[in-house]
Design a protein around this ligand. Structure first.
Ligand SMILES: Nc1ncnc2c1ncn2[C@@H]1O[C@H](COP(=O)(O)OP(=O)(O)O)[C@@H](O)[C@H]1O
Ligand SMILES: [Mg+2]
Length: 255
């Protein structure tokens, strides 16, 4: 699905360009749940924005389903870290989801039915007439997820979507995301600086690190599915994997 070759990006300021990451290459097959893990400031958001076509890389190539990525791509949807700012405050919950379905050629009634199905999947159907500012943080994030699903995206790029939520809400949304993923077999690239979250969710963990950020690890997570907050996190294999990721990240590298 995604193929990334020798990708590099830096930001220019005056005459000098400060590199953020360089020489990043990896392929993501259809349906895989990939976690991208690395310390704060290493360039995770920048990399995801490049993959989403929101920011142009300075070097390298990337394709999505065989086509070069050089702008926002049909089939790819991004869920941002500051979800509050990415929702339309003047639209209702339902209106926010409907907006994402803009351009699809279904009748209005059919779109509303589909939108309600997506809201139902994230437990927000009873709140369809609310406005985003009437929702809690966890509900807003669920709305952002429903909206990404409604856009018809086969691939979700998620930038630390649960980082600002309390532990309980976060666990609930992690499991909701896993359910949705298992249902539709979407491809997910999930950015997190939280090693435990990466090991809990993903099939595969890509580790970013180094002085100028590059890929320093690519680990397969063979833990059984469906996963469970208690059994999975309590298993000896979970500790092994998290230790292995921490080792790759290096001393003091955890954000
Ligand atoms: N628009 C921008 N202009 C200049 N520098 C930026 C911009 N966006 C990000 N950076 C820099 O790129 C580096 C990586 O940032 P970011 O991708 O947000 O890291 P992460 O998401 O891993 O915390 C940081 O040093 C940041 O200051
Ligand atoms: Mg970030």
């Amino acid at each position: 699905m995604f193929s990334i070759r020798a990708l590099g990006k830096g930001f220019a300021r005056g005459d000098t360009t400060t590199p953020v990451f360089e020489d990043i290459s990896f392929d993501v097959p259809d349906g895989q749940f990939v976690a991208l893990c690395g310390p704060s400031g290493c360039g995770k958001t920048t990399l995801l924005r490049c993959l989403a076509g929101l920011s142009a890389p300075c070097a390298g190539e990337m394709t999505f389903n065989g086509r070069n990525v050089n702008g926002p791509t049909r089939g790819v949807s991004m869920v941002f870290q500051d979800y509050g700012n990415s929702l339309f405050p003047w639209k209702t919950v339902l209106g926010n989801v409907l907006f994402a379905m803009h351009g699809t050629d279904a009748t209005k009634r059919h779109k509303e039915k589909l939108a309600m199905d997506h809201l139902d999947a994230v437990g927000l159907a009873p709140h369809s007439r609310y406005h985003p500012w009437e929702l809690s943080g966890g509900m807003q994030q669920r709305l952002a997820i429903a909206r990404a699903l409604a856009s018809g995206a086969e691939c979700l790029l998620m930038d630390e979507p649960f980082a600002s939520l309390d532990a309980q809400t976060r666990a609930v949304l992690e499991d909701l995301l896993l359910d949705i993923w298992a249902d539709g077999r979407r491809t997910v690239l999930f950015v997190t600086h939280d090693v435990d979250e990466a090991v809990y969710l993903a099939d595969r963990i890509l580790i970013l690190g180094g002085e100028i950020t590059t890929l320093v690890g690519d680990m397969t997570n063979d833990m059984a599915r469906p996963r469970s907050q208690l059994a999975t996190r309590g298993a000896p294999r979970f500790s092994e994997l998290r230790e292995a990721v921490h080792r790759r990240l290096g001393p003091g590298a955890e954000a």
